[in-house]
Structure formats: structure tokens, C-alpha cells
Design a protein around this ligand. Sequence first.
Ligand code: AMP
Ligand code: MG
Length: 658
Amino acid sequence: MSPDPKPTRAAILDAVRRAARQEQFLEVVSAAEARRRFEARLDPAPLVGETLPLAGSLSRVIAADVIAPVDAPPFDRANVDGFAVRAADMLGAGPSTPKRLTLNREVIACGIAPAVEVTPGTATAIATGGVIPRGADAVVMIEHTELIEDDAAPSIDVHRAATSGQFISYAGSDIARGETLLRRGTQIGSREVGMLAACGLTSIEVVRRPRVAVLSTGDELLQPGQPLRPGAVYDSNSAIIAAAVVETGGEAVPFGAVADDAAALEAAMRSALESCDIVVLSGGTSKGAGDLSHRVVSRLGRPGILVHGVALKPGKPLCLAVIGQKPLVVLPGFPTSAIFTFHAFVGPLIRGRAGLPIEAAARVTARVPLRIPSELGREEFVLASLVRADAGLIAFPTGKGSGAVTAFSQADGFFAIDALASALDADSQVEVTLIGKSDRAPDLVIMGSHDIALDVVVGALAERGVRARTIAVGSLGGVDAASRGECDIAPVHLVDPTTGIYNKHLLTPDLALIPGWRRMQGFVFRPGDARFEGRSAEAALQVALADPAILMVNRNAGSGTRALIDSLLRGAKPAGYANQPRSHNAVAAAVAQDRADWGVAIAPVARLYGLGFLPIAPEHYDFLVIEARRERPAVQAFIDALEDEATRGRIRALGMEL
Ligand code: AMP
Ligand code: MG
């Protein structure tokens, strides 16, 4: 919707009515039923072939069996430097009973066709790769002979017996003319290229890669590279999906982002159907004002929409259609949902058409340490980070909601919660389907509160070859994980409400504390706001509390900053108190974008967002370490990195005190 500078009352009401309209899904079906309906209408066969020059064929799939047109090697060939002989002449040869052979007047180098026959009692000098001459049936190594220099009749003494065929590769022993050299469906690697070249082939028939149109829709979408305007987001789905298309064996044809406009969307989809084998659109799927994708699809042709609404989380608004022979899929706009449903419904389709095997995903069993509530009636997929503990693998949910782009990249895999369960109990065993490359397990697991300077330490560890995995679960989550032995190090910043001292109260006989750094917490506001500018934090707070028009932004319960805010407010709950985002960045963004007037955040983040900052108190960000693991090399490397002057300098440059 384009912003009207002065919308009339009627226009606003109309827009609200449209936004509030809850169009129903045609019929919500299970994931298995959705797949069945879709596959029943699709041709799963690999696409017909195209001929490519050998050099351009790498990683493509062979479309038809390749029959060897020639032998390799094409002739009987010497495997060593030495002499071509008759094995029968060598009978009884030994160190003390050498056999003498007269040399023929020929030396067979590579590429020379021999002219002289090896007759009984004679030998011909031959190089590795040379053609075995007529009469010879073995080669003796030059090391096992001695040259007898006689100008009239040069000869050799051979000190070893030879068997027939010794050091000879026979014609066709590597590749025999007429045999099936490579089977269709084989993916071409360097070995295959080598085999084809050895047969003299210059081109190969490969399966044509399916052309997959990638479209996004949304008025708010901008292409990366353009400056961000208020309310806009970058079109990340186009990039992720195009890359995933290539990863699964297709050719991505980018169509960019189309506005939420039925005519424009229809035109784009028609042109995509015209030029491509498969069409993938993301967005325009949430129920309400912008939900046009499925309405546009419904008028593109027959058989049309097969599935609209799948009992899947994330991914419910998925729409599967076939227009003519071509599959058209509308993925939910939220990035995590889009990529999930892509892998579940589009990836296998592309692989099949590209002639690639549909790999069974690898799975591992892991324990989920916490309870996860789930919606009854929908199979729910939970992204998880895997950690190896003493008692086996543990899966931590990394879910950030289906809008998160990073959730997928930080996860090792995912597990499902049954549609008939309303929750997964703590300590359940689950089967985790692994995604992406199975990298080696991290050397060090850090779980707790995240901080930008922690990235500096992790970077320093990486330079030392130590791979650390950080899982942001908040300070309290870190304390729990450390006491259960699920991590090596837990970064925390929790104040003891009775003493006002940070973190020391968390110590137990099993946990030690390594000092980290201090982060100055402060009152943040938009620069130039005369209500706060130039005051102390305490005075600014009094101003804010006195004026009900001034809106605050709070923090989530359990965070160290929330404890500080509550102690400052002394029971007051000013306007905006209920707004409780989970990070310093979200607080700073709310103030910078005028959705709130003040909040509490750390100095480096205030600086990043260009906000005014009135210091309140330093907060201690320290590290809990499990005593029993302190001597582990990766834990020692962490402690060393923290003490390293260069690392400390970089941490200070971010605005931390240490
Ligand atoms: P929609 O399915 O269009 O209702 O979109 C649902 C959510 O996903 C909204 O927050 C959109 O801004 C977001 N979204 C839709 N398409 C994209 C895209 N191509 N890239 C990033 N986010 C998107
Ligand atoms: Mg949209």
C-alpha cells in the first residue's frame, strides 16, 4: 500500500477492514498428504540431455551411458624403463647365473612404433610407456641388468628371471573398447573427466539443469545495495533461495522482488512459467491485506492449486500448484519458513529433475534439556544446535521465530515435535536431521549472555585454531547450562540484589569465575531531545517518570539490564514498561526510530545507533568456568586469549573497560 499523505477516514477504515480480513485456507493438509498430491501431478524423470564440452561438464550429471570407443591403453605398453624380452629366454636367470641377451639396434621411446622383432636371445631397450615390440612378452627392469659394452655386438646380462606379462599393461586393460565406461546418473568429477579424455572424447551428454525462477513479493522489499528506508527490509529470500536452487542442482533464474500488486505479480509469474521449468515465489502468503499470491496463482491455469495450507510449523501458508506441466510453489515469506519449506518440497523436486539422487538426510539422536511448548495439530520443526556432553549429544533449540535469517545458518539440524503433542517434555530423546556440511564438533562451547566483544575473543581463538560455538541463552540460561555440564564457559552479568555485586553469588564448588570486562549501562535517548540532554541519568529518569507522554522501552525478565531497570524504577511502571525486547540493539533501535523515548542500554550499542547516553553504572560481564574442565586445552586457550594484550586492546576499542 502506498502511503497516502492525508488518508480520509473512509480510506483508513477500508484499509483496516482489508487488513483484518481472515481469508481461510482452502483446506489444511498434513505434510505427507501435501507431498503425495504434489508428486502425483509431477514428472520426476531427469530432464533430457544437452551436450557440453568436457571442460564445462564438471559436477553435471551424465544423461546416457558412455560406451568406450577405444581401448586404453591402445597398445601393450611397458610399465618400467628396461628391456623388452622373451620370458622363455630368462629361465634360470639369477644373481650368479645371469642370462646374456644381444641388444637389437633400436631404442623404443614413448610415441615410437617399434620396427624390429625381439627374436630368441635378443632384447630391445624400451622406456616407460613404450610400445611392446613384436616377439617380446615381458619387460625386465634396467636395475636388474648390466650392460656389456661391446661395439660390435652390445648385449646385457639379466640377473633375474622374468614371467610372461611382467611389467606390461595390455591393450584395453584399463578401458576396453565397447565396455560401459560411465553410467548415466553419475555426477562428473575430475576422475570422470579424466576417463572421458583418456578415450579421446571432447564432449558429453549431460542432464539439463532445471531452470528455476526465483521471485519475491512484498512492497517492503529492497534489493541489497539499496539504502534502507523506514519500514523496509532487504529481500534476503531471493538470495537464499537462488543459492539453495544451485546447491540442489538447478539453475536459478532471478526475477527479483515484485510489489504486492495482483497485476504485476501475475505478469511476473506468467513470464516465469514461460521461460523456466519450475517457479518458486516467496511472500504474499500471510492471511490478510497482502495475501495475494494464492489468488493470483488460482488464475494462472490448470490443474492449478493442489495444496494451500499445510499442517507444518513453520510453513503453514505453503501453496503447491501445477500449471500445465510446471510446478509452481509459493513459500511463506518469513525467511526461516521459506527455507524450511524449500528444502522439504522444492529441493527434492529439483534434484530429481537434475538427475541427482534424493539423499536420505543423516540423523543423530540427542537429548533436549528443556521443555518446548508446541501447537496441537501442527507438526512443528525446531532448529537445534548440537553440543557433545559427557552423556552424549544435546540438542539446544536455536529458534528465533520464523522471521530469522540466521536461525538456519547457526543450526546443526532440526527435529520434529509431533502434531498430536502440545509440548516436548524436558530431557526427551529426539532424532535430529542434520543440515548442511557436518563440520567437526566445536572445541569449546560457550553458552550464556552474548556480547559484541565476545566475538573478539572467539575470533582470537579461531586464529589459534580453536573452534568455539557460542549459543546465546541469556545469563540465567548460561548458569543452568554450566551447572548441568552442558557448556565449557558461561558468560554472565547478574547482579546480587542484596549486595549489588555482580556474578560472585553464582559461584559453587564446581564453578569458578574468570573476570571479563565492564560495560557501562546508561540512559539512552535521541540526541537533541531537550527533555534529557545535559542531565544526569537520575535527573533524566525523574523527567521521564513525571511526564505520562514520555514512552520507555524495557528489557526482558531474566536479563541483567532488566534487574537494573527495576531497581531504578523502584516499583514504578511508566508507559512502555510492557514493551520488553530481548537485546540492547532492539532497545537502541526502538529509541532511534521514535517508537520509544528512552531505555537502558550499554554504551557501545548507544554509540552504534548514534544515541545520547547518560551513564548509570558499570555492569560486570564475567565467565563461569566448570572447574573440572579448566585444564582442557580449549579452555586454557580461552583464558590465554582473554589475557592477550592485542585482544584486550580490541575489546577496549569496542567501548568496554578492562
Ligand atoms: P508475507 O508472506 O508476504 O506475508 O511475509 C511474511 C513476512 O516475511 C513479512 O515480515 C515479510 O516482510 C517477510 N518477507 C517476505 N518476503 C521476504 C523476502 N523476500 N525477504 C525477506 N523477508 C521477507
Ligand atoms: Mg508480504
